[in-house]
Design a protein around this ligand. Structure first.
Ligand code: ARG
Length: 458
């Protein structure tokens, strides 16, 4: 017999049971569901809505049900549709009809919203911690590479040299914004919808604040219709997760490129790489590729959720049961990626010599020659053209700027003096960018300090 079977004259079609059930996936919420019920029953007791001894019996019963579910002894069935009705059914099996008093003044509609919020609150804290671990691994690489120069790119063409530490710090600040977004979203997640009932509130003299306090919420959802139909917090999570995945995937792409023989800038640790079943020589950056690839499913869940919610009238609609799998999968996908990321970054070998070799055999110091001429009074637009000519001359003669003689430089502009050779080395070029946020060693050190403070404050 269904918990709601009273007004029905026929049993549900088996296919309907299978199709509408969510127990296959919402069993993940069992623990949160019971936490919510424990708080609810205590409130019912405190407000005198059910007798003390009934409340105590229910509390003990719920604790037993929790243990049984945890130990895998409880039978969760699709006949009872979802985790909420399965728990209630198990409770009634455990303590008899008095268990039926638990659902007084409550609906599955406010109950499921509560469970989702409790679950997501934990996930946000876990993911934030993992993000901080990733930031720390990047900061460590940054600290160890405050003198490692590599080509910086625009359009994936060599542009200007940068410090590897500077490059690592770019990601630290990206993840900092992610962290701040997660923490900010926590404010909106951490409100209790319980007491909204099915949609309109309840006739019982409940104390919503009591339940909210018990469960560590910062407050209660202000409007009962909104409380049961709001899944903005799920969309917000999926959106923040998409942004994090996008950031991870950009770094993954760089790791994949840098690991190739063509770049040969880093080597990922053996423990974080995989081989080929056919080609014995292969060492593949599978983790980085898969994190990059899984970005697709996270974006998919975001678009899926937005689309499910589009056009839904107030208040609860069964469509909203579709909010869970995407959220669970996103949380698991992201936790999996982040947990691997910190050790993968920390253990990678940075091939400083190869980076230096690369930056010594390109024209990424050309801007500095132009800036030098500006320092001698030439307008920048003119110096840009002169240096363009110098570069063309070098390309035609198979040389780089530092291979030119003083005389060759002079043939392009008499303003170029012997000190130019000190100006155009990779170190000089990097350290000349001594502006807040720039790539000079001191400025990257400064960024490390700023990041440290920001992480601590978030
Ligand atoms: N299993 C449902 C869900 O996940 C719980 C709420 C169902 N409420 C209802 N009146 N059918 O959304």
């Amino acid at each position: 017999m269904k918990l709601w079977g009273g007004r029905f004259t026929k049993p549900t079609n088996q296919l309907v049971d299978e199709y509408t059930a969510s127990i296959y996936f919402d069993k993940k919420l069992a623990d949160y569901d019971i936490q919510g019920s424990l708080a609810h029953v205590e409130m019912l007791k405190t407000c005198g809505i059910i007798p003390d001894n009934d409340a105590n019996t229910i509390t003990e019963g719920l604790q037993k049900v929790a243990k049984k579910i945890e130990n895998g002894e409880a039978q969760l069935s699709e006949e009872h549709e979802d985790i909420h009705m399965n728990v209630e059914k198990l409770l009634i099996e455990e303590i008899g009809p008095v268990g039926g008093k638990l659902h007084t003044g409550r609906s599955r509609n406010d109950q499921v919203a509560l469970d989702m919020r409790l679950y997501l609150r934990d996930v946000l804290i876990e993911i934030s911690q993992l993000l901080v671990d990733v930031q720390e691994s990047l900061q460590k690489q940054a600290t160890e590479n405050l003198e490692t120069v590599l080509p910086g790119y625009t359009h994936l063409q060599r542009a200007q040299p940068v410090l590897f530490g500077h490059h690592m710090m770019a990601y630290v600040f990206m993840f900092q914004r992610d962290l701040e977004r997660l923490m900010d979203s926590l404010k909106r997640v951490n409100k209790s919808p319980l007491g909204a009932g099915a949609l309109a509130g309840t006739t019982f003299p409940i104390d919503r604040q009591f339940v909210a306090d018990k469960l560590g919420f910062d407050g209660i959802c202000e409007n009962s219709l909104d409380a049961v139909s709001d899944r903005d917090f799920v969309v917000e999570f999926l959106s923040n997760a998409s942004m994090i995945s996008m950031h991870l995937s950009r770094l993954c792409e760089e790791l994949v490129q840098w690991s190739s023989a063509e770049f040969n800038f880093i080597e990922l640790d053996d423990a974080f790489s995989t081989g080929s079943s056919m080609m014995p020589q292969k060492k593949n950056p599978d983790v980085a590729e898969l994190v990059r690839g899984k970005t697709g499913r996270v974006y998919g869940h975001l678009v899926g959720m937005l689309t499910t919610l589009k056009g839904l009238p107030l208040a609860y609609n069964k469509d909203m049961q579709e909010d869970k799998e995407g959220m669970f999968d996103t949380a698991d996908t992201l936790k999996g990626a982040l947990a691997l990321f910190a050790p993968m970054i920390e253990t990678m070998t940075v091939k400083k010599e190869n980076m230096y070799e690369a930056v010594s055999k390109d024209f990424s110091n050309a801007t500095d020659l132009a800036d030098y001429l500006v320092g001698k009074g030439m307008p920048f637009r003119e110096s840009h053209a002169v240096v363009g000519q110098v570069v063309l001359h070098c390309i035609q003669n198979n040389k780089y700027l530092l291979d030119l003689s003083h005389e060759e430089f002079q043939s392009f502009s008499e303003l170029i003096e012997g000190d130019i050779f000190g100006v155009l080395t990779p170190e000089a070029v990097v350290n000349a960018r001594d502006v807040a946020g720039g790539t000079a060693k001191n400025r990257v050190k400064e960024q490390l300090e700023i990041a440290e403070k920001q992480v601590a404050a978030s």
